[in-house]
Design a protein around this ligand. Structure first.
Ligand code: CA
Length: 198
C-alpha cells in the first residue's frame, strides 16, 4: 500500500513536471496582431478562411526585406523551456512569392514586444503554395532569454498577400502566452484605469 502511494506521488510529480499550457487564436474578433517589424498591413478578412468565419490577411507594403507580423508572445520563460507554435497559412503560388514562414525572435522585456534579443530561428520550408497548410515550429529556450515573440515572416513583393488562421501556442506551465486577444485585454485595462482616475 505504501509503495502504491509512493508510485502515485511519483506519477503526480512527473505529470506536474510536463504540464503545459495552450492558447489558441482564430481571428474571429477584431484584434489582428500584437506588433510588427517592417511594412506590413494586417486586417481581418472573410475569404479565404481555415476555421470559423474570419482569418488574418497580411499585405506586404514594402518592396524590400521580410516584414514580420507579431502574432504571439510568450513571457516568463527560462533556459530549457520548450515552446511550440503553429498556424495555418494560405497562398496559391507554388515555389514563388508570396509565401510566409513561422519564425521566432527572443524578447527579454515582458513590458515591450519591440525588445529584440536576436533571432530564435524558425521554419525552413515555405509550404506547397497550394492552399492551406500547417506551419509549425518548436523552440527550446537558451541563452538566458525570458520571452519569445512568434512572427509571421512574409516573403513577397509590395502588394502581395498571404493569409493565416487557427494559431495554437503551447508553453510550460508558469509561462504566460499572449495572443492578439492580449491587446484587447490591455486596452480594457487602460480604459479601466482611465475611468478610475475620474
Ligand atoms: Ca478563423
Amino acid at each position: 500500500m505504501k509503495s502504491l502511494l509512493v508510485l502515485t506521488l511519483l506519477f503526480a510529480v512527473a505529470q506536474f513536471a510536463v504540464a503545459d499550457i495552450t492558447e489558441t487564436y482564430g481571428w474571429e474578433g477584431t484584434e489582428t496582431i500584437l506588433g510588427n517589424y517592417g511594412d506590413i498591413i494586417c486586417t481581418i478578412d472573410t475569404d479565404p478562411v481555415h476555421g470559423g468565419s474570419q482569418s488574418l490577411k497580411l499585405v506586404d507594403d514594402d518592396a524590400t526585406g521580410t516584414p514580420q507580423a507579431f502574432v504571439g508572445w510568450v513571457v516568463g520563460l527560462s533556459d530549457g523551456d520548450v515552446v511550440t507554435a503553429s498556424f495555418w497559412r494560405y497562398d496559391v503560388t507554388p515555389s514563388s512569392a508570396p509565401s510566409c514562414r513561422i519564425w521566432g525572435g527572443w524578447n527579454d522585456d515582458p513590458e515591450d514586444i519591440t525588445n529584440y534579443g536576436g533571432s530564435a530561428s524558425g521554419q525552413s520550408d515555405y509550404g506547397p503554395g497550394t492552399g492551406w497548410d500547417l506551419a509549425e515550429y518548436t523552440w527550446t529556450v537558451e541563452g538566458g532569454h525570458t520571452g519569445l515573440v512568434i512572427q509571421v515572416r512574409t516573403y513577397s513583393e509590395a502588394g502581395a498577400t498571404v493569409w493565416i488562421d487557427d494559431m495554437t501556442i503551447t508553453a510550460p506551465d508558469g509561462a504566460e502566452i499572449r495572443t492578439p486577444a492580449y491587446s484587447a485585454a490591455l486596452s480594457m485595462d487602460s480604459w479601466a484605469s482611465i475611468k478610475a482616475t475620474f
